[in-house]
Write a protein that binds this ligand. Structure first.
Ligand code: ADP
Ligand code: MG
Length: 373
């Protein structure tokens, strides 16, 4: 079975704001596409346009070959073909940033809300299924204000998923939670989305959330799509300075946890072994993204065995590029690693391509993002 394709190419402008342009946004497959960008870049607007809650000024949206929206811009002659499919007919599950649970309805009532039109028996069994799936069974008769933030988030997800949407849209799903809960739920949410295997678009301005939830990434800046591609590729190779500034981590590589002990994680990354501070890595985590900022990589030609960093990686210089006062150095140390030096430091070391040296990275400067499921 081929999965449905979402195609969108539209623009929307609010007075005083930038033109927000979903410029040939194409989403296929059952994976998670993350719309990522700073606050005000147009993420929510694009999501609401896809859901039909906002009307673009012009453009088209189609899903699985069916037109959802079509509006020509200024050419009045063509406006006879304009078409807007109402939100309820789009088969979309939409979870707004604040969850918008009905305060007077219980957990079960909230989940059942979208199921009108189904028999009482079918509704009951679908609600029970959702409660089980999201581990909410004991809470079914509570009201939203009697739930923790994380539980509210799951109820909102359950309500959206209950009616078996063909497309799931989540706006900043974890933003309303406190930091520890958010960290815990990142991996959990990814696992849930994996299980669902529905095409999903997640909006976030949080780098770690984008990394842990997304398969594909679409980076927005001031209403424009500035880069798109597989999440790791975009984070590791930002297309330009704007994207680099937004993502702000040079090395992102998949790694496997070999051991978790005494607060430290031993990881296999490419052919290299690294030690990192486990931080909030959940017990049992195996797959992670290993994130290292270029300025945290120390390069040395002598083996200063007394130096403190735990990770001492034999590296070969693959490329040297001058970027203003800084020099960016691409290394191979069993995995691709990027370092940055001042131009002067680089000259003092007389660094050249194919030189071998040691790259030192302290354990606390290796950031781990769990990739559950
Ligand atoms: P993001 O979700 O990336 O933070 P939004 O899509 O919410 O961005 O907003 C993008 C731009 O559109 C901002 O300049 C915002 O002020 C403007 N905007 C969004 N919604 C409205 C609205 N209902 N009325 C007027 N301006 C809006
Ligand atoms: Mg928003």
């Amino acid at each position: 079975m081929t999965s449905p394709v979402l195609r969108a190419d539209f623009s929307k402008k609010f007075s005083g704001g930038p033109v927000i342009r979903a410029d040939v946004l194409e989403i296929s497959g059952a994976g998670v596409t993350v719309l990522f960008g700073p606050s005000g870049s147009g993420k929510t607007t694009i999501l609401r346009c896809l859901a039909g809650l906002e009307t673009p000024d012009e453009g088209t949206i189609s899903f699985a070959g069916k037109t959802w929206f079509q509006k020509s811009g200024k050419r009045k002659a063509e406006s006879g073909n304009d078409f807007i499919l109402p939100p309820k007919n789009r088969g979309v599950g939409f979870v707004p940033q604040d969850y918008a649970l009905f305060p007077h309805l219980t957990v079960a009532g909230n989940i059942a809300y979208g199921l009108h039109g189904r028999s009482a028996m079918e509704t009951k069994s679908r609600v029970a299924e959702m409660l089980r799936w999201l581990d909410l069974a004991g809470l079914n008769s509570r009201l939203p204000h009697e739930l923790s933030g994380g539980q509210q988030q799951r109820v909102a997800l359950a309500r959206a998923v209950a009616r078996e949407p063909k497309l799931l849209l989540l706006d900043e799903p974890l933003a309303a939670l406190d930091t520890p809960t958010r960290q815990r739920l990142r991996g959990e949410l990814r696992k849930l989305l994996r299980q669902l295997a529905i095409p999903t678009v997640v909006v976030t301005h949080d780098r770690l959330e984008a990394l842990s939830l997304g398969d594909d990434l679409v980076v927005l800046d001031e209403g424009r799509i500035v880069q798109r591609g597989p999440v790791q590729a975009v984070f590791s190779r930002p297309a330009n300075l704007t994207v680099a500034g937004i993502v702000a981590v040079e090395t992102i590589q998949p790694g496997r946890v070999l051991e978790l002990k005494d607060g430290l994680a031993t990881l296999l990354v490419g052919r290299a072994q690294l030690t990192a501070v486990a931080g909030d890595l959940p017990a049992g985590a195996t797959d992670v993204f290993v994130c290292i900022r270029a300025e945290d990589v120390i390069l040395t030609k002598e083996d200063a065995a007394h130096a403190s960093p735990r990770n001492r990686l034999a590296a070969v210089v693959r490329a040297i590029a001058n970027e203003g006062p800084l020099t960016r150095i691409e290394l191979d140390c069993g995995f691709p690693l990027t370092a940055v030096l001042t131009r002067q430091a680089c000259a003092e070391m007389a660094l050249q391509e194919n030189d071998t040296l040691l790259a030192l990275v302290k354990a606390p400067q290796i950031h781990l993002v769990p990739r559950g499921g």
